[in-house]
Ligand binder design. Structure first.
Ligand code: ADP
Ligand code: ADP
Length: 232
């Protein structure tokens, strides 16, 4: 589903160039839950942001569902982002819009007619377990509920890939587990490929099939979770 080949990303910064991602190679299978773990500054965020064109690689190739993603622009990029959607640590919701309107937003952008849009929103609300909260504003929701809105919004246009950027890092342990369970459920039910980055071992152990360990822009180890994190 995703092929990352010889990908490097260098940022120009005042104090000199920063190589955030350094010649990384990863293959992620269709339907897999793939995790990237590492300390702050390892390059995880830069790497995941390149998968939907939020950052452009300095070098190398990224193919998602057979399509080169790293240099597309404009309408093609918007189309690609419908197929490769993302959830965030701080949810990135629209604060002046209700749950319904947040989830409907990407459908509006995609030009889905109102009646169809509302039907889809209803399905999504029930998929993520937000029944009864349709007309609430984000400020009236718990952290876990906010992330459920983020997930519903990300799924609105039936993506092939869901990218999770520290999606549970702002949540308490119990809420983290309920969101991770929802992600597993979605992975199983929809066959969605999930790529997540995290600094928490617990997240990887709980839901990932395979993991890559990132350090200083490099992948230092990769494999099935049970193999990489063997219990002593
Ligand atoms: P967090 O650790 O809270 O996730 P980060 O500090 O990693 O946040 O990054 C927040 C934003 O700032 C990101 O968009 C990232 O690309 C950008 N960023 C991170 N480090 C730098 C830097 N040294 N110079 C400029 N922008 C940066
Ligand atoms: P992580 O997500 O693992 O914390 P990042 O990808 O955010 O790592 O950052 C990797 C490195 O790149 C860090 O040294 C960070 O400061 C730097 N960096 C990230 N974004 C930018 C940016 N926009 N400009 C300059 N440096 C950046």
């Amino acid at each position: 589903m995703i092929t990352i080949k010889n990908v490097t990303k260098t940022y120009a910064a005042k104090q000199g160039a920063v190589k955030a991602v350094d010649n990384v190679n990863i293959d992620i299978n269709d339907g897999e839950i793939f995790g990237v773990i590492g300390y702050s500054g390892a390059g995880k965020s830069t790497l995941i942001r390149m998968l939907n064109g939020l950052e452009i690689p300095t070098d190398g190739s990224i193919k998602v569902a057979g399509r080169e993603i790293s240099h597309i622009k404009g309408a093609n990029l918007r189309k690609a982002r419908q197929e490769i959607s993302m959830i965030f640590q701080h949810f990135n919701l629209l604060w002046s819009r209700t749950v319904i309107d947040n989830i409907a937003f990407p459908l509006e952008i995609a030009g889905v007619p109102k009646k169809k849009r509302m039907q889809r929103v209803k399905e999504l609300i029930s998929l993520v377990g937000l029944d009864g909260r349709e007309n609430a504003y984000p400020s009236q929701l718990s952290g876990g509920q906010k992330q459920r809105v983020g997930i519903a919004r990300a799924l609105a246009n039936n993506p092939k890939v869901l990218l999770c950027d520290e999606a549970t890092s702002a949540l308490d342990p119990q809420t983290t587990d309920s969101i991770l369970e929802l992600l597993v459920d979605i992975n199983k039910r929809l066959g969605l490929t999930i790529v997540l980055i995290t600094h928490e071992m617990h997240v990887i152990r709980k839901i990932c099939h395979r993991v890559a360990v990132m350090e200083g822009g490099n992948i230092v180890e990769t494999g099935p979770v049970l193999q990489v994190f063997k219990n002593p």
